[in-house]
Design a protein around this ligand. Structure first.
Ligand code: ADP
Length: 400
């Protein structure tokens, strides 16, 4: 079965085409600047040259048409006809309390995703445009949706509720949902495989550290706590997001600086985190380079960034009364040996003993602690698209 995986944003759309017989990626790419006359398609077919094209792509339906025509193109395509696409899987950021697993798209599912627009105003409406665009372009193809929040629906109430009036939960569903669930789930399962132990027996802390960042406490394969909350702003310090701050700062700063709700939202989401403290960049590579050159503000930003990750791991070890495995994934987690070293060197009290050689010199999926280490730490590249393809395959193959 060939499955197209789609991650639709408001002005961009990423895709990967999987052949599920061997889970190989036949092609991947993205459309950027949707809505403009100078939209760009970058198409990367496996084993062939990349194809780039600038053209007018005014909406998501036009973007999907463009993708399908690239996939079936005689020269740079990988399919002989669009009938070969047998299912489409979408990433959807917010599934609220409705979805604890991936589902096939139905009118009811679409209605629920719509009801969640308020909780994810930047994401869910864009995903819906992607779903509708596929419905128009490939009307007979079944679609599935895979939610970033679903894996965290196993959190107990004491972890997902905020200590604020219950009426806000009852009326408006104000609670912690957590995000990056697909990634946390994938890397925790891989970690159990690598450790050669059953997932059910393990206490795992997964650190997804990219531009967005979150840590998750996973007991027996189930998420029991995670650092992002009602929105992806809570928790760790990130590239441009503040993470946890005293909520009283918001009204205080709004009054002092005469900020609107939009302005304060933008301050916390786009102008905080690493970029705010370093004054130079939200990109960890650039922060590390500046640090090496003696830039004091970059050093402070990095200290804060690492400190908050380490505190979160400590908190989750307490939440689970222990930890067997720590996993690092996503752009920073997979690539920055400096960050991993700094975090793990501060966890010797847990019995963590870093294998410096494996941490610095190793590549790809690997253990980065010594054999003697009481806690095993791993680097595991995440693969959210593969999870989406697998879930879509499972749902479509098992359709009644
Ligand atoms: P997103 O959350 O947008 O998917 P990514 O997971 O791609 O983000 O992570 C992007 C981050 O990864 C950036 O801060 C980038 O600097 C960092 N990164 C990528 N490669 C390296 C590297 N070799 N060393 C340190 N940081 C890296």
């Amino acid at each position: 079965m060939k499955i197209l995986v789609i991650n639709a944003g408001s002005s961009s759309l990423k895709y990967q085409l999987y052949d599920m017989t061997d889970e190989s990626v036949l092609a991947k790419g993205q459309v950027e600047r949707i809505g403009m006359e100078t939209a760009i398609l970058v198409h990367r077919p496996a084993g062939k040259d990349e194809h780039r094209e600038v053209s007018e792509i005014l909406d998501h339906t036009a973007a999907i048409r463009k993708v399908v025509s690239a996939l079936t193109h005689p020269e740079y395509g990988v399919l002989s006809s669009m009938d070969e696409i047998q299912a489409v899987g979408h990433r959807v950021v917010h599934g609220g309390e409705y979805f604890s697993d991936s589902v096939l798209v139905t009118p009811d599912v679409k209605q629920k995703i719509r009801e969640l627009f308020d909780l994810a105003p930047l994401h869910n409406p864009a995903h819906m445009m992607g779903i509708n665009a596929v419905e128009v372009t490939l009307p007979d193809v079944p679609q599935a949706v895979v939610f970033d929040t679903a894996f965290h629906q196993t959190m107990p109430p004491h972890a997902y509720l905020y200590p604020i009036p219950m009426v806000l939960y009852n009326k408006h569903k104000v609670r912690r949902y957590g995000f990056h669930g697909t990634s946390h789930m994938y890397v925790s399962q891989r970690a159990a495989d690598l450790a050669g132990r059953p997932l059910e027996a393990l206490k795992i802390i997964t650190c997804h550290i990219g531009n967005g960042a979150s840590c998750t406490a996973i007991m027996g394969g189930k998420s029991v706590d995670t650092s992002m909350g009602m929105t992806p702003l809570e928790g760790l310090m990130m590239g441009t997001r503040s993470g946890d701050i005293d909520p009283a700062i918001v009204p205080y700063v709004m009054a002092k600086e005469e900020l609107t709700i939009n302005e304060v939202n933008s301050m916390l989401n786009k102008h905080s985190g690493l970029i705010a403290i370093s004054g130079i960049s939200s990109d960890v590579r650039e922060i590390q380079e500046a640090m090496a050159a003696g830039h004091e503000a970059a050093k402070l930003a990095y200290d804060m960034y690492e400190y908050r990750i380490r505190k979160c791991i400590g908190a989750y070890a307490a939440a689970m009364n222990g930890v067997d495995v720590i996993v690092f994934t996503a752009g920073v987690g997979e690539n920055s040996h400096i960050l991993r070293e700094r975090v793990l060197d501060g966890l010797t009290y847990l019995g963590v003993e870093l294998d410096r050689e494996a941490n610095e010199k190793g590549k790809g999926e690997r253990r980065i602690t010594t054999e003697a280490s009481k806690v095993a730490a791993y680097v595991i590249p995440t693969n959210e698209e593969l999870v989406i393809a697998r879930d879509t395959y499972r749902l479509v193959a098992n359709r009644p």
